[in-house]
Ligand binder design. Structure first.
Ligand SMILES: [Zn+2]
Ligand SMILES: [Zn+2]
Length: 387
């Protein structure tokens, strides 16, 4: 079964929704307009239950199939938030809000899941229940985590969850997926190195925190090169160095470093955190300074479950004829929290030859809509076949 005809019919309507969302981007949990539109549309489609305010501005819709002999409940999740980027596409429907832009295609994700919800509420050609999940704050705010913390999975007895993201550079409407670890755990750190400031001509009377910081940055490279098993993935990037001295002739009392750690397994994540702290403290002590490390755990590694991944790939093949093997992605994905609570899978849908996500020239490709919507609908109709 290729792309469903109904989605070819609905394409102009879904595209109009998508472009309206694109024109009105909202960041993190501030998706008030978007959430209201989603809730209104779900109501208009005739969903059986619509609940707002899950995970602050998240929206959940329930669609019951023609029958419920299976007792199955499948969750389908889209993200709604935009990024703090100044759009440079020059599109007719470009962002009306300066400094906010749908540069990750979440406008497309929201529109595609709305399209699928409309079709599923019309046809109800399945045996079980669908929960459509619209989350805010995927871009660093942990909206998915907050929806889980609000008890979403248990409240609706969700048994499996599926997610989808567009993928620039991959043929439009074609799919790619991988089982197991897929997106990285994304952690952050702050390091404060405290030395002893003084006159730049009298270094012997100081503990130069800039020199200590330089050694720390260099030593941190050994987490990846000397501590990690070479077959494991780990990235440690120091992205900011700020000295307390702004003068050419004053040795700094203090230096502050910031950065990120990306890993693909719990073991590697724990090891990176332990080594980062030990290296900072040990290196600082070597030079008579101190280092204080604050390590923030962000999104966990997003792990696709084997069986659901195989199923998701089969559905993708039935929609677009093929499903490619996706590469590991060192970026983070908030859907990881949902996959920690329930088995499921996350798939990539090609966005064609576009600028990369998070780029001010990026745009979601509306030609991916029929394939994306069809994948959602087929996930439901194949996982919970009509009795
Ligand atoms: Zn993004
Ligand atoms: Zn995204």
């Amino acid at each position: 079964m290729p792309v469903k005809n109904r989605f070819a019919e609905l394409l102009p309507e879904i595209t109009a929704w998508r472009r309206d969302l694109h024109e009105n981007p909202e960041i993190l949990f501030e998706t008030h307009r978007t959430s209201a539109i989603v809730a209104d549309k779900l109501k208009e489609f005739g969903c059986d239950e619509i609940v707002t305010g899950i995970g602050r501005t998240g929206v959940v819709g329930i669609i019951k199939g023609k029958s419920d002999k299976s007792g199955k409940v499948v969750g389908l999740r889209a993200d709604m938030d935009a990024l703090p980027i100044h759009e440079q596409t020059g599109l007719e429907y470009k962002s009306k809000t300066d400094g906010a832009m749908h540069a990750c295609g979440h406008d497309g994700h929201t529109a595609m899941l709305l399209g699928a919800a409309k079709y599923l509420a019309e046809t109800r050609n399945f045996d079980g229940t669908v929960v459509v999940i619209f989350q805010p704050a995927e871009e660093g705010g942990g909206g998915g985590r907050e929806m889980c913390e609000d008890g979403m999975m248990d409240r609706w007895n969700i048994q499996e969850v599926y997610g989808m993201h567009n993928w620039p550079g991959h043929e439009v409407g074609s799919f790619a997926i991988r089982p197991g670890a897929f997106f990285a755990a994304t952690d952050q750190f702050d390091i404060t190195i405290e030395g002893l400031g003084g006159h730049a001509a009298k270094p012997h009377q100081t503990v130069d925190s800039v020199v200590v910081a330089a050694h720390v940055v260099t030593a941190l490279q050994t987490i990846a090169s000397r501590n990690a098993d070479p077959v494991d993935q780990v990235v440690v990037s120091v992205t900011s160095i700020e000295s307390s001295s702004k003068a050419f002739n004053v040795i700094a009392q203090r230096v502050q470093l910031k950065g990120t750690v990306r890993t693909m397994s719990k073991g590697m994540r724990d090891q990176a955190e332990t080594r980062l702290k030990a290296i900072c403290e040990g290196t600082a002590a070597t030079f008579g300074a101190t280092a204080e490390v604050t390590y923030y755990r962000g999104y966990p590694c997003m792990v696709n479950h084997e069986e659901q991944t195989e199923f998701a790939a089969d559905v993708a093949k039935s929609v677009s004829g093929d499903c490619d093997d996706a590469p590991l992605v060192m970026g983070g994905e908030d859907f990881a929290f949902m996959l920690e609570e329930r088995p499921g899978a996350y798939i990539l849908v090609g966005n064609g030859d576009s600028a990369d996500v998070h780029n001010p020239h990026y745009n979601f490709n509306d030609d991916a809509i029929p394939a994306g919507c069809s994948w959602w609908a087929e996930i439901v109709e194949k996982r919970m076949p009509a009795a």
